[in-house]
Design a protein around this ligand. Structure first.
Ligand SMILES: *Cc1c(COP(=O)(O)O)cnc(C)c1O
Length: 404
């Protein structure tokens, strides 16, 4: 019998079935459900609530009942936090109203005025904005480092360094980080190691098995998976859990009932969706590599990619998000001709839904620790669940317009 969320227990135990660890595909289907407790219905109900009643004064003072206030937890949010913690391999999960709020709350959990942090130069741009504005105003200094630094990060750790923040592969440019090498330095120097694990999702990268203390997910992306909700999660190991609990209470972090339900629903099909995103993404990456208009494809699962060895060593799979650059010269009008008339690829922010997306980017405008030297325009692409031949035809027509 698979353990259910209504009984508190060690996360690892939730993944056990008759003494065997469940595969993630099975876990994603079964975690956080308890049909017997809900009249046999397969899915958990959506609990909407603020007030939770206590039967007696003694119960009010003891605060031992599982639910005490809607903001803290409901059976709906508990179902999701238990499932995410188990899949990531962490000790506890806090939900937030967006992925960015998960990033900013995780950072705030550990820093104080006078501290400094080491931030990867290829980080998600809004994370960078938070560091350069709110953290700076708090008196926390951000030092950006090269994503390829590996164990060389040791040279950047000073007495004020409080944490190292990683994101792998990097947003937009897809550099792979050597997480175990950085984790060894973090442990040695006594600093926290945080990771934005959104790209792979907890299905394809196990942060805690690689020495990370805190893993961040924009659930908005692959877990929700249908572009219909914003949600984030911060998961910590045993050591980090009290810090996350404290910041959750201090900031009043809380997630909406509907959004939480949509993430639970998305979770059930995560495994099968990711398999398709990975297979189609790789096929499209190879196809783009062979196009004469394309200068470079940035996809860590592609043989020959600079990050391929690390990806093969540490990752269990790849998502459908990658990048490519075009051979110069490409005028703004030619780029517009390519992008404006695509029929299947949409242009817009976010990713991780069922649909294919494409968006141009320019790291020159914000990187500080590394230099982006690609001469041609760069594009980020998300391969959705459409048929790949249809997607190829759409892009091929775009390339014809680009040249014409
Ligand atoms: C999208 C994204 C976020 C932010 O998530 P939102 O839910 O959009 O706030 C954080 N990190 C990465 C890597 C992302 O791609």
């Amino acid at each position: 019998m698979i353990a259910q969320y209504t009984t508190p227990m060690a996360r690892e135990d939730m993944l056990m079935c008759d003494d065997k660890r469940l595969d993630d595909a099975t876990a994603a289907v079964h975690l956080g459900r308890d049909p017997a407790a809900q009249h046999g219905f397969v899915n958990p109900p959506v609990y909407r609530g603020s007030t939770v009643l206590f039967p007696t004064l003694e119960a009010l003072h003891a605060r031992t009942q599982p639910y005490t206030y809607g903001r803290r937890a409901t059976p709906t949010t508990r179902a999701l936090t238990d499932a995410i913690a188990a899949l990531e391999g962490g000790a506890m999960t806090v939900l937030t109203s967006s992925g960015l709020q998960a990033v900013t709350s995780a950072l705030l959990a550990f820093v104080k005025s006078g501290d400094s942090i080491l931030m990867v130069d290829s980080v998600y741009q809004p994370t960078r904005k938070f560091c350069d504005t709110a953290l700076k105003a708090m008196g926390v200094e951000t030092v950006y480092y090269d994503p390829l630094i590996g164990a060389g990060i040791a040279d950047l750790v000073t007495p004020t360094t409080r944490l190292i923040f990683t994101e792998s592969p990097g947003s937009q440019t897809f550099e792979m980080q050597d997480i175990p090498a950085i984790a060894a330095i973090a442990r040695d120097k006594g600093v926290w190691l945080l990771m934005d694990n959104t790209w792979a999702s907890p299905r394809y990268f196990k942060p805690f098995a690689h020495g990370v203390d805190v893993s961040i997910q924009a659930l908005t992306k692959y877990v929700v998976g249908h572009a219909d909700a914003m949600l984030g999660a911060v998961t910590g190991n045993e050591r980090a859990a009290p810090y996350l609990d404290r910041i959750k209470e201090a900031l009043g972090l809380s997630a909406g009932s509907e959004e939480t339900y949509l993430a639970l629903r998305g979770l059930r099909t995560l495994d099968v969706r990711l398999e398709r995103h990975m297979a189609s993404g790789l096929e499209m990456a190879r196809w783009l590599q062979a196009r004469p208009e394309v200068a470079r494809v940035m996809h860590p699962a592609l043989p020959g990619d600079p990050g391929n060895a690390l990806w093969k060593r540490d990752w269990l799979g790849a998502s459908g998000l990658f990048g490519f650059t075009l051979k110069p010269p490409v005028s703004e009008a030619a780029l517009a001709a390519f992008l404006d008339h695509l029929e299947l690829f949409g242009m817009g922010y976010s990713w991780g839904g069922f649909e294919s997306l494409i968006i141009p980017f320019d790291p020159r405008s914000y990187r500080t620790a590394t230099r982006w030297t690609e001469p041609g325009p760069a594009l980020r692409i998300h391969i959705g669940l459409e048929n790949v031949d249809d997607l190829k035809r759409d892009l091929a027509a775009g390339f014809d317009r680009l040249k014409g």
